[in-house]
Design a protein. Sequence first.
Length: 169
Amino acid sequence: MTVLLTKLILICYFPLSFIPSAVHPLHLSSMELNYTTKGGTIEISCRLFTDDLEDALRKQFKVPTDLSAPAKHKAMDELLQKYIATHLQFKANEKVVALNYIGFEKDREAVLVYVESAPIKGLRKLEVQNTLMYDLFDDQTNIMHMLYNGERKSSKLDYPEHKAVLLDL
């Protein structure tokens, strides 16, 4: 009874933001894709919650993770490069496109991961296979926004959906 009363008092006096699971009960990532006509590449930035991404890296690679520590930036870069290669794939005009991992940066409670595609000639169709965070959450939603010739198109994948067509001319 004392334990129950203590928990009730703690819940009443401390805001929910102090409870880790209540920080962001929504499991969401967002991705911005920008097709550059000059180079024919797609510039990609993925925004993911830092704590969730650390948990996913820890689960997949079985190592301690800290995306905020400057001393661990190089080691985390290597893990993120492998993670992105495992969970993100693009097909342009029915052919798999090579992705070049650029790096990551911390932005408050999120991490921005930067990737660029190999050059694509005559982009007419773009398909994305996106399973970011699916290994961690069965309620994950991945939102993708693409800018192509000044026009913005969006798509949403809810677990277990993992494929979307972002462009089909």
